[in-house]
Ligand binder design. Structure first.
Ligand code: HEC
Length: 211
């Protein structure tokens, strides 16, 4: 048998074995997003991800320099658009975050802080395929400058103060029942009907039946 044919045969054999093992693994574990990826899976996926992002982001340098105004802009934007998954403090400890696979990492730690500014910018603009991380870029200049403000803010996460955290809580998107309550309160202040009790949450709060 020619060596090339033999090598192809061996490769096909290995491929089939990996496929069968992956199938058995998935049949056992299912595709639940509540699980945490294993250490090997995380390490391999992260390395592959960082290689491709690094390749794209190599030439992109941060055109801004951190200052209080830029940090405030990033903080506000983060509380409104990112904290649902990443939490105000960047820990990723949120209902959405815990239910994802892979989960949002603690951005105060080395894994995130070791990314270059260009890599972070690329991630915010383009998202990360096959994960819950959406791409926020629209291609226009104002969206780009928001993304740079977010990069500066993520760098600041390890030094976030209590005052900043409580300010962010006021900027987090309100749940529908809270919006309804504020609306009724405003109507009441303007001399309309007296406020009715807040509407029930449209979704049950998913408690109790969790492991
Ligand atoms: C719907 C949930 C969701 C939202 C909203 C979201 N992210 Fe993410 N983000 C994720 C997940 C999940 C990951 C982890 C992806 C992975 O493991 O490769 C992630 C990863 C990241 C990373 C890479 C961190 C690392 O160490 O790998 C950055 C930076 C980031 N997000 C920034 C943001 C910013 C800034 C916003 C808001 C503009 C945002 N994200 C909004 C889910 C989200």
């Amino acid at each position: 048998m020619r060596p090339v044919v033999k090598a192809a045969g061996i490769l096909a054999g290995i491929g089939a074995a990996v496929g069968i093992l992956a199938f058995i693994y998935l049949m056992n574990t299912g595709l639940s997003a509540r699980e945490t990826p294993g250490a090997l899976e995380t390490a391999l996926a992260l390395r592959a991800r960082n290689l491709t992002i690094g390749w794209h982001a190599r030439k992109v340098t941060n055109p801004t320099q951190s200052n209080p105004e830029l940090l405030a802009q990033g903080r506000e934007h983060f509380a409104d658009h990112c904290a649902t998954c990443h939490a105000n403090d960047g820990s990723g400890n949120t209902d959405f975050g815990r239910g994802m696979f892979p989960k949002p990492p603690d951005m105060r730690l080395a894994r995130t802080q070791q990314l270059s500014d260009g890599e972070m910018f690329y991630i915010i603009e383009n998202g990360i395929r096959f994960t819950g991380m959406p791409g926020f870029g629209t291609g226009d200049t104002s969206a780009k400058s928001s993304s740079w403000a977010l990069v500066n803010f993520i760098r600041h996460l390890p030094q976030l103060t209590e005052e900043e955290l409580s300010e962010m809580e006021g900027l987090n998107p309100a749940p529908p029942a809270e919006i309804e309550r504020r609306l009724q309160e405003r109507q009441f202040m303007q001399g309309g009907d007296s406020p009715k009790p807040a509407m029930p949450m449209p979704m049950p709060p998913h408690k109790g039946d969790h492991k």
